[in-house]
Design a protein around this ligand. Structure first.
Ligand code: HEM
Ligand code: NAG
Ligand code: NAG
Length: 255
């Protein structure tokens, strides 16, 4: 399935089918106040994607950030009716997991929000889309530790190309790498790359450090269907993270 907005739209539909069972949020939250909300949002997003194919990546990441921080930000959620925060602070992005996190740090960050190791692996598959700046993986390619300049779990020629893109003394602000070679397609390539030592972040590579998470990586690398299934389930869970105070009337400002 190509990740054009058909994919997000299908998530909308799949979410609407399942959400009442799992969450207090509701798929018909807007039935009366805004009939056809899915159609309206989907049309707006399609227009955006027609202009810029990186829009889905930005939206997906934003969704993750909104759920992990105290759920501030735009009200672009399914299941719907999630409460937005009354404040939104850039400094609160410090609550997000860092790309340098090891498996225990990732597990802790996710479990604090009621998300399991399963969710961690499935949701990390969001890194099938998009782009990363050099700063997010420079820990792996320069001065990795006292004995290794480069993280030995990186495949050598891949590490060399990253070093080439992100030289130590010359850091162009916009330089970086796409998450995978098919970075506008929502597929399971990300998991295949992890197994080849070609993932960008320590936090991606860390998914191999426990037998349980490694088995999931292998499973998702083998079956795109298994990945998509798990991803949708975990997205529903992540969408249901609570902590906000109100449903905004205008998504850009507090009521
Ligand atoms: C497991 C913990 C996670 C960590 C440590 C992490 C870290 C990061 C970092 C460092 C970047 C690149 C920022 C930059 O240098 O520009 C990034 C990008 C991205 N992340 Fe994550 N992330 C995590 C989980 C997730 C989840 C759960 C999702 C969504 C389901 C997600 C979706 C994305 C997407 C789509 C991008 C690309 C954004 C773009 O190209 O505009 N990430 N992530
Ligand atoms: C992960 O990092 C933390 C903090 O640096 C450290 O205390 C912990 O032992 C590390 N865990 C693993 C599995 O490496
Ligand atoms: C550096 O990292 C490698 C691979 O993780 C590890 O085997 C080695 O012990 C580390 N060296 C130091 C000094 O921590």
């Amino acid at each position: 399935m190509a990740f054009n907005l058909a994919f997000l739209s299908s998530i909308l539909i799949i979410l609407s089918a399942f959400s009442p069972v799992i969450t207090a949020l509701s798929s018909n939250y807007y039935d009366k106040s805004c009939p056809n909300v899915e159609q309206i949002v989907s049309n707006a997003v399609k227009k955006g994607v027609a202009n810029d194919r990186t829009v889905p990546a930005a939206l997906l990441r934003m969704h993750f950030h909104d759920c992990f921080i105290r759920s501030g930000g735009p009200n672009w959620d399914v299941p719907k009716g999630r409460k937005d925060g009354r404040t939104s602070k850039a400094t609160e992005t410090r609550q997000l997991p860092a790309p340098t996190f090891n498996i225990s740090q990732l597990q802790q960050s996710f479990s604090q929000r009621g998300l399991s190791l399963n969710d961690l692996v499935a949701l990390s598959g969001g890194h099938t889309l998009g782009f990363s700046h050099c700063s997010s993986f420079q820990n792996r390619i320069h001065n990795f530790n006292a004995t290794h300049d480069v993280d030995p779990s990186l495949q050598p020629s891949f590490a060399a190309s990253l070093k080439n893109t992100c030289p130590i003394n010359n850091r162009p602000k916009n330089a970086g790498a796409t998450m995978d070679p098919s970075s506008t397609t929502f597929d399971n390539t990300y998991f295949k790359l992890i197994l080849q030592g070609k993932s960008l972040f320590s936090s991606d590579q860390a998914l191999l450090s426990l037998p349980k998470t490694k088995n999931l990586v292998t499973k998702f690398a083998t079956s795109k269907e298994a990945f998509l299934d798990a991803f949708v389930n975990s997205m529903i869970k992540m969408s249901s993270i609570t902590g906000g105070q109100e449903v905004r009337k205008d998504c850009r400002i507090v009521n």
